[in-house]
Ligand binder design. Sequence first.
Ligand code: SF4
Length: 161
Amino acid sequence: MSKFSEKLAAFTERHPRLSAAAAVAENVFKKPVFRCQDCGQCVLSYNAFTCPMRCPKEIRNGPCGGTRPDGHCEVYPERHCIWWLINERSKKMGRQDKLKFYHSPVDRRFEHTSAWMNMFAGKILPLSMGKRLKEDPFAELRARRQRLAEEEDKEPAEAKK
Ligand code: SF4
């Protein structure tokens, strides 16, 4: 993530109306295209661009075990299990490597906030656009958070000079 995107996220965070506008702008695109459920911590790029929050149990790491033999959901038998869809799409797109990565549970504090801004601010996992997982995305996130915290610590000291 560039310094510009970090500064943009920090500026947006200081202005609640701008934060709300960013969330609305993101929804205008992601709701119709990906049927985004507004969790604010996007994992589309890990799941063949299929939102796992469409699962009635909101499971983010694979099917619950109740998937029907025909690939349909146990809660809504008329629908496909979202994890069946994610697996099929991942196979077609050659992105199955991404499914080996375990995501943390949903953090409700991010709900109805802009996932793009949260990503720019280093609060959630980075995008993973390639077909393969190149490295541990959590390690990248931790390193980024540490760098941002160090920079924040430096800023007040420099301001006093
Ligand atoms: S993972 Fe979250 S932010 Fe991404 S499309 Fe699904 S609900 Fe929206």
